[in-house]
Design a protein around this ligand. Sequence first.
Ligand code: CUA
Length: 324
Amino acid sequence: MSLIAATGISTPSVFAPASTPALAIRDLSFLVLAVVTLIFVVVAGVTVYAIVRYRRRPGDDGGDPPQVYGSTQIELAWTVVPFLIVIVLFLTTTRYIFAIERHAAPPDAVEVTVVGNQWWWEIRYPKLGIVTANELHVPVSDAARPTPTFITLQSADVIHSFWVPQLAGKMDVVPGQTNRTWVEPRTPGTYVGQCAEFCGVQHAGMLLTVTVHTPDDFARWVAAQQAVAADVPTARAGREVFTAVACINCHTVRGTPGNGLFGPDLTHLMSRATLGAGVAANTPENLRAWVEDPARLKPGALMPAMKLSKDQLDSLVAYLATLR
Ligand code: CUA
């Protein structure tokens, strides 16, 4: 399944950080890599030296070499040096963990609640009155006026894990428990994340993208998302299908009777790039295929096939396509 292909975004790398916690994690990774590389070079070097220097040569008598028992100096060296290395790595890692976890939210921080669901992400901005899915939008943060985004993580069902490698470390999303994480992106752009804890058949179908906007773009995005759903007169027939069949039991479209909470909020469905948490690009053709039978694009998806007539399907998709 090519989730990334649907979004046209390349595979993320932890070595290309674009946010404060991810930068700290990369620095720590480089320190650990340097230490373990040094250990590898010393151990492999001594091993190679011993193999070459003491290899079997013509004329060996085949007897045992001189046997050496006990050396306080050598034993102290191979006990004390590894102990010191472990202490240094332990203390450095602890310092980084505390620095990341105890970072206080500045007054301009954006607050987001992300709820893991089988198999999609609900994204709420409680202070802004916005609900969306799978595509997190945040402002870029600059040193003069930091605007990090603090993320409250909850689960509606099983354990998921929130991971956007270029922005922050992994944080588990656990039912009955609230975890927190934060990102502070320095560069506008789109960053790819993915559920990082096996959560059922569509674990791989839980793509998450984070779009980082300039402050002006973010303000525009917020204003567009805060608006109630479009009500285009020519799409009224589809709107009636939407409110008459079971769609509204699970989906919210603000400005209509639809206020279901099991599925993604569809108020601004067409502002999102993908369907089904990244399984397909959000085009009217794919939308039609999705509504007709979600399991064809995403086997195991909890949304049922609605068994609509061809006319109902046409008008419903025409209506959904107006939800910009
Ligand atoms: Cu959610 Cu894996």
